[in-house]
Design a protein around this ligand. Structure first.
Ligand code: PEP
Ligand code: MG
Length: 586
């Protein structure tokens, strides 16, 4: 292998260094071959099949035990459904009968049986039955992996040393991952703010996405180094490279330890400007990380992940319990619960295909289209709001009429609860994500009817420069320092302050050191990010001078290109004692 082929370059998605052995996660079995079984080998073949089913059932039981600790009860239902499929005589007994009758290998027959079920369920109109095809596919994969020996058995990795390589990872894939065994992720697809990247950061696991060819180039068991800060992936590295990375990894853990010392200190500039530093979470399992990294609260709880990890929207009771649990654990700090933002790359299986999903039925549009579903969530948030520290936020608001419709449903839900005598917080703050250029440009009108803004730069950038946030081939266009983006952000901050409401930023830009300095200089009141990024940004804020940043960022807004802006501002980026980027120059 030439030197160039030993390194893959992708997009750095979650920082840190991982050194381990590859496990290529592939849900497709390219070839299940038909093999005749001699008459005297049939019983052994049936035994082999029954053993694979038993092992798959054991895995499901283990998975449920782990999930019961980390995730909400509803997610367990999926795995219970999988268990039910494997206990169904129509699946198991039919396979056994056919192995015996046709004297053919177990994987071939089982694959045929499952394909039959999948085909008949997917042709049924009723969405409940159509959704069940996913359960059959999961079970098919699980048992075939056992039978074909592709169940990743070839890997001899100690706990925490598996580098997971996949085309992409869905939230439900991540729910299945044993986090004590996986030390890093590499995917072919995805960009820096794709949801694979968000989940990796949430789990504090180093990750590189958008490599395009990782699953074709890497094989099971290969030694891998992931550099989550630069996006480099080293394949079969020599001893020298491993040594250098081990050294950096241990320096980084010392640094992390030092950053922890900032835990109880405020995010306050040298000249006394205090910023709220909050955390973004996708799953309740991330709560401990939020507390460990010294967040002032939760600035964005992406509730759609509750839906994506399961197959159906959790009930009002389940949602209320989850939101209450988070609010109580975070009290007295605030929790901003964002209503469902399904669609685009957070796509549940039953949603209709659209030619252009990022511009289609997503976020608040979908919720306003399905008011009964939406009101279940609004009622749950309102009930959890009785805890006192909960705010509600609508995603993907494009204008005032849409905001008014969402608020009307919110009020309807509140009045219903009050009529039923259910305690709610009557003055729960209601805010919006400003992540569509039309909202940014009408921010003055919107600010008069909400309590706060949180600027969603992940989407605001993609819609402003028309560059898909998950497409690695145009990642260079997706630049937070584009003058159009910065001028829009500045105008939203000014509109909020002119109307006496606070404004934060919850897109990934908030955790980028240079961009965070710009946001600070533009006067933002809150920054919300993955918990792992909080200590570094806190250290940066504590080294900054607000008045100096304020003057120079306003000057930067007059520059015409992102390169000029970055070149102009870089020398003003405060030097912290703890500069991770210096350490990462290997
Ligand atoms: C954003 O768009 O910046 C944001 C925080 O929301 P999401 O990444 O969930 O779309
Ligand atoms: Mg968004």
């Amino acid at each position: 292998m030439s030197d160039e082929r030993r390194v893959l370059k992708g997009i750095p998605a979650s920082p840190g260094i991982a050194i381990g052995r590859a496990l290529v996660y592939n849900r497709r079995f390219a070839s299940i071959h038909q093999r005749p079984i001699p008459a005297d080998g049939v019983e052994a073949e049936i035994l082999r099949f029954r053993t694979a089913v038993d092992e798959a059932l054991d895995d499901l039981t283990r998975l449920q035990r782990r999930i019961a600790v980390d995730f909400d009860q509803d997610i367990l239902k999926i795995f219970r459904a999988h268990q039910a499929v494997l206990e169904d005589p129509e699946v198991v007994d039919v396979t056994v009968v056919r192995i015996r009758r046709e004297r053919t290998n177990a994987e071939y027959i089982f694959d045929e049986v499952m394909r039959g079920w999948i085909a008949s369920y997917s042709s049924i109109e009723n969405p409940y039955f159509r959704e069940r095809t996913a359960d059959f596919e999961d079970v098919q994969y699980r048992v075939l992996a056992k039978l074909t020996g592709s169940a990743h058995t070839g890997i001899e990795a100690k706990d925490g040393e598996i580098v997971l390589v996949a085309h992409s990872l869905s939230p439900s894939d991540t729910a299945e991952i044993d986090r004590s065994a996986v030390c890093g992720f590499i995917t072919d697809a995805g960009g820096q703010t794709s949801h694979t990247a968000i989940v990796a950061r949430g789990l504090a696991v180093p990750a590189v996405v958008g490599t395009n060819i990782a699953t074709q180039t890497i094989s099971d068991g290969m030694m891998i180094i992931i550099d989550g800060n630069t996006g480099m992936v080293h394949l079969d590295p020599d001893a020298d490279t491993i040594g250098r990375y081990r050294e950096t990894k241990s320096q980084l853990s010392v640094l992390e330890h030092e950053l922890q010392e900032l835990h109880d200190l405020p995010a306050e500039t040298r000249d006394g400007r205090r910023i709220e530093l909050s955390a973004n979470i996708e799953l309740p399992a991330e709560l401990e990380d939020v507390l460990n990294h010294g967040a002032d609260g939760i600035g964005l709880y992406r509730t759609e992940f509750l839906y994506l990890v399961g197959n159906e929207l959790p009930s009002e009771e389940d949602q209320t319990r989850t939101y209450q649990r988070i609010a109580r654990r975070m009290a007295p700090n605030h929790v901003i619960i964002r209503t469902l933002d399904l669609g685009a790359d957070k796509m549940p299986k039953e949603m209709p295909d659209e030619a252009n999903p990022a511009l289609g039925q997503r976020g608040i549009r979908l919720c306003l289209d399905r008011p009964e579903m939406f009101k279940v969530q609004l009622r749950a948030i309102l009930r959890a709001g009785a805890e006192g520290n909960v705010s509600l936020m609508f995603p993907m608001i494009s204008g005032l009429q849409e905001l008014r419709r969402a608020k009307a449903l919110f009020e309807e839900a509140r009045n219903e609860l009050l009529e039923d005598g259910v305690p709610v917080n009557q003055s729960m703050p209601v805010g919006i994500m400003v992540e569509i250029p039309s909202a940014a440009l009408t921010a003055h009108d919107l600010a008069k009817e909400v309590d706060f803004f949180s600027i969603g730069t992940n989407d605001l950038i993609q819609y402003t420069v028309a560059a898909d946030r998950g497409n690695p081939s145009i990642a260079s266009l997706y630049n937070p320092c584009h003058p159009a983006v910065l001028r829009l952000v500045a105008s939203v901050i000014d509109a909020a302050h002119d109307n006496d409401i606070w404004v934060g930023v919850c897109g990934a830009m908030a955790a980028h050191p240079l961009a965070a300095c710009i946001l600070l200089g533009l006067g933002v009141d809150e920054l919300s990010m993955s918990p792992i990024d909080i200590p570094e940004i806190k250290s940066l804020i504590r080294s900054a001078d607000y008045q100096e940043l304020k003057t120079i960022t306003r000057e930067a807004l007059d520059l015409s290109t992102s390169e000029e802006i970055m070149r102009f501002l870089k020398p003003h980026q405060p030097k912290t004692e703890l500069d991770v980027s210096d350490m990462m120059r290997i």
